[in-house]
Design a protein around this ligand. Structure first.
Ligand SMILES: Cc1cc2nc3c(=O)[nH]c(=O)nc-3n(C[C@H](O)[C@H](O)[C@H](O)COP(=O)(O)OP(=O)(O)OC[C@H]3O[C@@H](n4cnc5c(N)ncnc54)[C@H](O)[C@@H]3O)c2cc1C
Length: 455
């Protein structure tokens, strides 16, 4: 049963005499553990209609490049096969996703869409709701606790958010039943691109290809599930102690899959909770509290990607210290090429450029140093977001905006005053050396490949 609070009508149009029910897949790009898909199956059966799924492939999603598209298209190819196995046709067309959905809605009795939290995703849904003649219902499937249930205000920190989320978990941490729709849509004649060959589809899009592929990641639900199982078998017990240590590669690597919706956070949470192991609580703190706090941030703060989105106290203290002398000052281009005096920072930057990901602890250090070494904190915020979103396979996610903003004081509290940072928390190279075998991390990154030449 799908909790009614996951479902929201985006317009109030009457049912139409359509040939199918349309599920416009946008954020939850998967055929498994997808509340929007299952809701659409139920409605199609009720109306005795087949279910058609559509995906609008926009070649100009802001800040996305071929690294991101390749991964996404690999997932889409698998989703297409999995839907077919349930008698459901996936229609893929190039164009703005809302326009593709509106065009296909002309044959639909009603339409369903999953929920996205970023400005553009919200705008697409609003425009589609306005332009469709049929009802458009949104079903939230990429949050364990629906964002509006978790909290109706912008949360100050994990400490304020955690009890609210935990109070609701029991109602939402429930498996989702799945079934094939009674009527197949495979015979419907609806023109579509063939998503079966991701490389060919990618070549046809003409997107920015200046960032190389992320070699360690293959998109799709199967790869995501394999990663999760590997993590549970080998690293989960160790997670509370090892997760912060960049010299030990002990994280799940699930963030790109969560970002593209290739795996459901609910599925991950249920699998982890079922282990009952010693690492489960620490992992669920990240997956549930931290990740859904980031959803709360972008859903509630319209300036989530701008200086104005930072807390008043941190903006004030950073402005007060904006003119402080910086020991080191680097341009965006120098940072992008990993040309700083700091071998640990350079290693983190290279890890991101070469592999498409960066160890979670190093992301904090990396962002703090961009703040410290830029001419002005506003410039630093823009640079950190630019680099993060260009190179991280999981970039352009609510977590990207919350993670970068954290380096500038978001979801944190004032600390002891220091030059440049004011009362925003600072991090030091000495701290890395004290806590970890950080040279082992540098050597790990060196093994990835020769130094990068991004341009
Ligand atoms: C400056 C900075 C930039 C960041 N940019 C991104 C980004 O672009 N995309 C992104 O997904 N995450 C980002 N994060 C958050 C976090 O670092 C990553 O989610 C995590 O490192 C991903 O690796 P993993 O899946 O192996 O994590 P694991 O440790 O295995 O955690 C499992 C899941 O829990 C969630 N999670 C873990 N840590 C955090 C956290 N600190 N905040 C929110 N959720 C978390 C993620 O969904 C993650 O996939 C950023 C953090 C900082 C400080």
């Amino acid at each position: 049963m799908i909790h009614p609070s996951r479902v929201r009508a985006l317009n109030s149009r009457p049912l139409q005499p359509g040939r199918y029910v349309l599920y416009w897949m946008q954020a939850s790009q998967r055929a498994e553990c997808n509340h929007a898909l299952e809701y659409a199956v139920t409605r199609a059966d009720e109306l005795d209609l087949p279910l058609l799924v559509c995906f609008g492939l926009t070649p100009d999603f802001p800040e996305a490049n071929s690294r991101h598209y390749r991964f996404m298209l690999q997932g889409l190819a698998e989703t297409c096969r999995q839907l077919r196995a349930r008698g459901v046709q996936l229609v893929v067309r190039t164009g703005a996703p809302d326009r593709v959905a509106v065009a296909l809605s002309s044959g639909a009795a009603m339409a369903v869409v999953d929920r996205g939290y970023l400005r553009l995703q919200v705008a697409w849904r609003a425009a589609a709701a306005r332009d469709m003649a049929c009802p458009l219902l949104q079903v939230e499937s990429d949050a364990v606790v629906p964002v509006d249930q978790a909290s109706t205000r912008e949360e100050y920190s994990a400490a304020t958010f955690r009890p609210r989320l935990h109070r609701q978990l029991e109602a939402y941490l429930l498996p989702l039943a799945e079934r094939a729709p009674r009527r197949s849509s495979l015979g419907l004649e609806v023109p579509s691109l063939d998503p079966g060959d991701p490389e060919r589809l990618l070549a046809s899009l003409g997107v920015d290809s200046s960032v190389p592929p992320a070699p360690g990641f293959h998109g799709g639900t199967t790869a995501a599930r394999q990663r999760l199982q590997h993590f549970i078998e080998h690293h989960l017990d160790d997670y509370p102690l090892a997760r912060s240590d960049p010299s030990r590669d002990r994280l799940s690597g699930l963030s790109p899959y969560l970002h593209f919706g290739h795996i459901s956070p609910l599925y991950v949470a249920l699998e982890i909770a079922a282990t009952g192991g010693p690492g489960a609580d620490a992992f669920l703190e990240q997956l549930l509290v931290r990740r859904e706090l980031a959803l709360n941030f972008v859903a509630r703060n319209p300036a989530y990607d701008a200086w104005e989105g930072l807390p008043a106290w941190s903006r004030q203290t950073l402005e007060e210290h904006a003119a402080d002398a910086r020991e080191y000052l680097y341009t965006r281009a120098q940072l992008e090429r990993a040309e700083t005096h700091d071998p640990y920072w350079n290693a983190a930057q290279r890890e991101m450029v070469l592999s498409g990901t960066m160890h979670g602890y190093m992301r904090m250090y990396w962002g703090k140093k961009v703040l410290e070494w830029s001419r002005h904190p506003r410039e630093a915020l823009a640079t950190a977001l630019y680099l993060n979103n260009r190179y991280q396979l999981d970039g352009r996610d609510p977590n990207s905006f919350a993670g970068v903003a954290w380096c500038f004081g978001k979801h944190d509290r004032p600390w002891r005053r220091r030059p440049v940072f004011g009362t925003v928390r600072a991090m030091t190279a000495a701290g890395l050396r004290r806590k970890f075998d950080i040279e082992a991390y540098v050597r790990r990154v060196q093994r990835l490949a020769a130094p990068p030449h991004p341009h």
